[in-house]
Design a protein around this ligand. Structure first.
Ligand SMILES: Cc1cc2nc3c(=O)[nH]c(=O)nc-3n(C[C@H](O)[C@H](O)[C@H](O)COP(=O)(O)O)c2cc1C
Length: 328
């Protein structure tokens, strides 16, 4: 089995690999363009940006690449509608929506002929997305970094969703090696979405110290926290995360700088501040989102090399499986 191009609506890319959108300001134009230039899909994580910043990032990415560039935006952010509509005006190639469900956004994208792809973590949500007009779904298991919609592993939810849906299904959460890509495609997924491995690339806009934190992380350093969004999040243990776990993180009561970034905020702590601090290198006072398997990453690499390695691993795995088949 060779890798089959990923087709979503009118879009087609040679590599069935989507670089997961990562806020706040981890996946910006350099990372998205680098992945698009290799033949995958690059996503700019726009949650936490205003419209102007997003538009600039989209234009930069399109200048850096002729490949397929999309945005990832969390439905939970208060600027969701403005960001989606402005991205449509910019003729973005696709829109991926995480952390929530917006029925009306399907219509805006459909009218503009732009693929709209929700991230789902259950069969029920996947079926609803298809009924609402999704062009594909990204199925994300509990192994993923950032906000999580399930406690179940990717491969425990993926097969039923693939069986039930007619639209393409993309697998996400814990995809780190060629073997994982092979496993997802063999299960019937049309592609994979990868976050953490790309956050640990030269082109990601995370601070050097963030990337070093990834390299130092051990499995026991990866924890689940409550996010003010009202979801669970997966992150690396830092001093700030310790405070969250103890329920002692500073609460943004009467917080003068509050930019009301979320439609609904539980106000346990200011998540945009914490993510921004970490992105800028203040790891201990910040929040470093990360996938469950970050401990297996031992090198920061350019996107080109990451993808080359992944494809080589897929190939080795494929030929190994073929040999076993032939022998049998
Ligand atoms: C640092 C970081 C930030 C993320 N931010 C977002 C986000 O803004 N929106 C979203 O839908 N998913 C977000 N995610 C999830 C990724 O897009 C992706 O689906 C997930 O990381 C896949 O799992 P993996 O990290 O094991 O590859 C984030 C993940 C990480 C690691």
């Amino acid at each position: 089995m060779s890798l089959i191009p990923l087709r979503i609506g009118k879009l087609e890319v040679p590599l069935p690999i989507i670089q997961g959108g990562m806020a706040v300001r981890i996946s910006l134009s350099p990372l998205a363009a680098a992945v698009a230039n290799e033949g995958g899909i690059g996503l700019i994580g726009v949650s936490g940006m205003d419209v102007q910043e997003m538009v600039e990032e989209i234009r930069k990415a399109k200048w850096l690449s002729r490949g397929v560039i999309g945005i990832n935006v969390m439905v939970a952010v208060s600027q969701f509608s403005e960001l989606v509509k402005a991205a449509i005006r910019e003729k973005i190639d696709l829109i991926v929506a995480g952390a929530g469900f917006s029925r009306e956004a399907f219509g805006w994208a459909k009218e503009a002929g732009i693929p709209f792809i929700p991230i789902v973590s259950s069969l029920k949500a996947a079926l609803l997305a298809e009924r609402c007009g999704a062009d594909a779904v990204i199925v994300e298991g509990k192994e993923a970094g950032g906000h999580l919609g399930t406690e179940k592993s990717l491969f425990s939810i993926l097969p039923d969703i693939i069986k039930a849906l007619k639209i393409p299904v993309i697998a996400a959460g814990g995809i780190l090696k060629g073997k994982d890509i092979w496993r997802a495609l063999s299960a019937g997924a049309k592609g994979v979405q990868i976050g953490t491995r790309f956050a640990a690339s030269f082109e990601s806009s995370a601070h050097k110290t963030w990337k070093e934190t990834y390299l130092k992380a051990r499995p026991e350093d990866i924890v689940l926290i409550n996010s003010p969004v009202g979801m669970i999040g997966r992150a690396i243990r830092t001093l700030f995360v310790e405070e969250i776990l103890k329920g002692k993180a500073p609460k943004p009561i009467n917080y003068k700088r509050c930019v009301k970034c979320l439609k609904y905020c539980q106000k346990d702590y200011c998540i945009i501040d914490a993510l921004t601090l970490a992105q800028q290198g203040d790891i201990e006072r910040g929040l470093v989102f990360s996938g469950e398997r970050v401990g297996e990453i031992n090198e920061i690499l350019p996107v080109k090399k990451i993808i080359k390695n992944l494809l080589a691993e897929v190939k080795i795995y494929q030929s190994g499986v073929n040999e076993v088949c032939q022998e049998g």
